[in-house]
Design a protein. Structure first.
Length: 321
């Protein structure tokens, strides 16, 4: 007869499996074996990492929106100044017309003086008319420019708010699933968050900026995975690669699809230490360190580790330039 603690653990695993797999689109009918549970955790963790990268993409978009907002806000200042100046000019025209009456071509013709004087007055009148029209056009243009920029700013602010709300909802969902996954691991194996020690082996000597990135990655081995993190205490996959290359003075966006776009395509045979290896349709990224090995932050519940690059079929490879 199974030990009471064993039966309790099986029941807990079964309940948690229903909870977590139900939220991820599958239905569990019985408590899985240790092997099945491990596979379920791996699959769910990979899905969570994909969500994490979507979250990272949202953060990139949000930062861009915030930058656009600052630029739009700055662009309003010259428009406001131009509008103020044009408004003052139009106000002066209106005031002058009220006090003196509008001067038309016919009144100028009827004013006394010779033909030369009349021609001078006509030329002068033409200049006044053109100047007045320019002031009115400037006023109209400035007013429209100000209104357009205000509308663009409001649209950007609304977009930013929507992105922020979606980001917060995404974050809450990820945190909820993470807790369930770790509880499942704890129930099945008596271990929640995977732990690992600092790397104590020999770090390969690689020249140039790639060597800086690789050395940095080795020094992060054993640190926990955390979605959205880019160090120094924890990392997600793209956070680790961006931090490693950031240490080498190269800027990589904290998001796998962006890093794919920011790197040069190479083949497997061309791989050198410091290159990036991408997986799962750009759902995961790792740093190649030579001899068929990578260093990566795998997924929730694990730590940064060194392992074979054939953990799964690579999607492609990228070189930081």
């Amino acid at each position: 007869m199974p030990h009471p603690r064993t039966r309790l653990r099986v029941l807990v695993v079964a309940a948690l499996t229903v909870a977590i797999t139900g939220s991820l689109g599958t239905v569990a009918h019985a408590a899985p074996s240790a092997t099945e549970l491990k596979k379920q955790i791996e699959t769910a963790s990979n899905k969570l990492e994909d969500v994490t990268e979507a979250y990272n993409a949202m953060r990139v978009n949000l930062k861009k929106t915030q930058t656009d907002q600052v630029k739009l806000q700055a662009s309003l200042k010259p428009a406001q100044a131009k509008l103020k100046a044009a408004s003052a000019q139009v106000g002066n025209l209106a005031s002058t017309s009220y006090k003196q009456g509008r001067v038309g071509p016919m009144s100028a013709l009827l004013t006394g003086g010779g033909q030369d004087s009349m021609m001078d007055r006509m030329a002068y009148l033409d200049l006044i008319t053109k100047s007045n029209q320019r002031d009115i056009d400037t006023f109209t243009e400035a007013t429209k420019g100000f209104a357009d920029r205000q509308a663009a700013l409001k649209t950007t602010q609304a977009k930013q708010t929507a992105q922020a709300n979606a980001l917060n909802a995404q974050k809450a969902s990820i945190q909820k699933d993470l807790k369930k996954l770790i509880a499942m691991r704890e129930a099945a194996f008596g271990q929640g968050q995977e732990t690992g020690g600092k790397y104590t082996g020999k770090i390969p000597q690689i020249s140039g900026s790639a060597g800086v990135a690789v050395t940095y990655a080795y020094n992060q081995i054993g640190k926990p995975y955390l979605f959205g993190a880019d160090g120094p205490g924890s990392f997600d996959c793209s956070g680790l690669t961006s931090a490693a290359w950031g240490k080498a003075g190269k800027s990589l966006t904290h998001q796998t699809k962006s890093q794919w776009a920011e790197t040069t395509r190479i083949s497997r045979s061309q791989l050198q230490p410091g290159d990036l290896v991408f997986y799962r349709s750009l759902g995961h990224v790792a740093l190649y360190v030579g001899d068929g090995q990578i260093i990566d932050a795998p997924h929730s519940g694990t730590v940064v580790k060194k392992r074979t690059m054939d953990i799964m079929t690579p999607y492609g490879y990228g070189r930081v330039s």
